[in-house]
Write a protein of this length. Structure first.
Length: 339
């Protein structure tokens, strides 16, 4: 029997067969964890009295180590059927399975205690005698809040008062117990509104926390990332702090070594500063006068390479046109004496 070469076959059929093979390979790669021969693990089932908030995808742990995940939670008659897949872990025929609380926000996981002398048969469901559900504090407080709202605390207090009156002639121990119950009932009755408000506030708080669960998870994950980055850069931070400490020591030694030279210099600088402070008014006056002087000098020398100035009174009055010099204050000095 001869085999026809691929290049001689119908290209359309070859292309379709290739696409089918690629699709099957992609599907197998995507669902590799579910394939029995690749390593999807072994699936077990267990009965629980209640689901307690467990859902698909929650972790399965043995001694705190994740070994699988929950694959299904469904109602089966009066019990809850939970399916979970475990990989690379031994489950014995006496193993116990419990729903445990993972976080304070209500996340759950399946805790398995691998007990027994032989392996657990995957086709045999683990019974209620070997499973436990958690005591959910949030649900308990919510139920307590609803129950408190339905109790007539005033009638309850009257009932305890009647019990106390009935046992007033009884022995001291019985009478004390009745009095205590009566006092407790009165206290509950007086604090009825406060207790109801407290329980309602607690219920709102749990709902708020549940609504912000994703934000808390992101915050905790970011905190873990930050701590991990700090841990990764611990050596660099250590070197930085060590270098800063060594720099401080070197600067301290430099100042100590040059103290003899720096001391007189700082003393002289202090004396100069004291003199300047003492003569501050004179310096201010000199600077104010220097401004006018500098302005006049600038006007004189600011037009080029010559002096631009006028000296009044140099030329005698009789050599000037009439009315040129000012009437007073600008006359040439009188010539006195002579030879």
């Amino acid at each position: 029997m001869s085999i026809t070469p691929i290049r001689e076959r119908n290209p359309v059929g070859v292309a379709l067969a290739g696409l089918v093979v690629l699709g099957l390979v992609g599907t197998a790669a995507y669902r590799a964890d579910s394939l029995p021969l690749v390593g999807g693990g072994t699936t077990y089932t267990a009965n629980f009295s209640e689901s307690a908030g467990l859902s698909d995808g929650d972790e399965v742990r043995i001694a705190g180590v994740k070994v699988g995940e929950v694959t299904g939670v469904s109602l089966d008659g009066a019990a809850v059927k939970v399916s979970f897949r475990v990989k690379d872990a031994w489950i014995g025929n006496s193993s116990t399975v419990g729903i445990a609380i993972k976080t304070l926000l209500g996340d759950k996981y399946l805790a398995v205690d691998p007990l027994g002398t032989t392996a657990q048969d995957p086709d045999h469901r683990i019974g209620l005698s070997r499973t436990t559900s958690p005591y959910d504090v949030t649900q308990a407080f919510n139920g307590l809040g609803e129950t408190i709202g339905e109790i007539d605390t005033d009638r309850l207090a009257e009932s305890f008062d009647a019990i106390s009156d009935t046992f007033k002639d009884s022995p001291a121990n019985v009478r004390s117990a009745a009095d205590g119950l009566s006092a407790l009932s009165r206290t509950v009755s007086e604090r009825d509104a406060e207790l109801a408000t407290l329980l309602k506030a607690g219920k709102r708080l749990t709902k708020t926390l549940d609504g912000k669960k994703s934000s808390f998870e992101i915050l905790l994950e970011d905190g873990n990332l930050l701590l991990g980055e700090i841990q990764a850069r611990r050596d660099s931070i250590h070197l930085l702090l060590t270098g800063t400490k060594n720099l401080g020591i070197q600067l301290g030694g430099l100042v100590e070594d040059n103290e003899k030279q720096l001391g007189p210099t700082l003393d002289s600088l202090g004396r100069v500063t004291a003199v300047l402070v003492k003569n501050q008014k004179s310096l201010d006056q000199v600077l104010s006068m220097a401004g006018d002087y500098n302005r006049l000098v600038g006007n004189t020398l600011g037009n080029g390479r010559w002096f631009d100035n006028y000296v009044c009174g140099v030329v005698p009055k009789n050599y000037l046109p009439e009315g040129t010099p000012p009437a007073t204050g600008c006359m040439p000095p009188k010539q006195e004496g002579g030879s």
